[in-house]
Design a protein around this ligand. Sequence first.
Ligand code: A4P
Ligand code: MG
Length: 182
Amino acid sequence: MTVAYLGLGANLGDARQTLKDAVVCLAQQHTITVLAKSSLYRTAPIDAGGDDYFNCVVKVDTTLPVRHLLALCHKIEHQFGRERPFRNAPRTLDLDILLYGDQSIDEADLIVPHPRLIERAFALVPLVEIDAALIIPLHGRADTLLAGVADQRIEKVRSHCQCPMLDALAAGNGTPAKGRCE
Ligand code: A4P
Ligand code: MG
């Protein structure tokens, strides 16, 4: 089992609802246990156009090797209608591997820690919310990096969610039943 952190982002369609549904979808995978979920954040697009984004981060325990985890992320993005007309295009769902254990990977199609993680409030702020003392391989403690992104607009979304699944995840009280998200 490996602890990994996944960054979720969306700014097309009902982005808030998509992120909530995507977290439930992750939690229903037999290969994944969601250990924690950050708050939902509304964020200014960085290096991108379009509407404001919604972002969050989940901490997972997974039996999947990292490349299988990447493939699963792509599969779930596809299920949520992701299209790639151009770089940084508005998207229904983006699922990035921010961290995978303490591994550093630098390959053509997979870089971990995510190469732009430390430059982006939409990834760093929710990460630190989940785990204040988190160490990012090659960069050190995550909370010491927050000052570098302090100029980026990010606001926590007050949750009106009535969904017991998400509440349980946020509180770390267990995961939804497995196997219903194909
Ligand atoms: N790839 C390499 N490393 C990874 C990794 N650690 N996790 C490759 C996931 N994928 C990784 O990804 C492009 C390629 O990156 C994939 O083929 C994969 O093999 P993609 O999902 O097709 O496109 P992307 O996510 O748009 O690309 P990229 O370069 O990761 O963009 P970013 O850096 O994620 O930026 N502003 C706000 N406020 N919120 C956002 O969520 N997102 C972006 C996208 C820009 N601005 C944003 C947000
Ligand atoms: Mg991506």
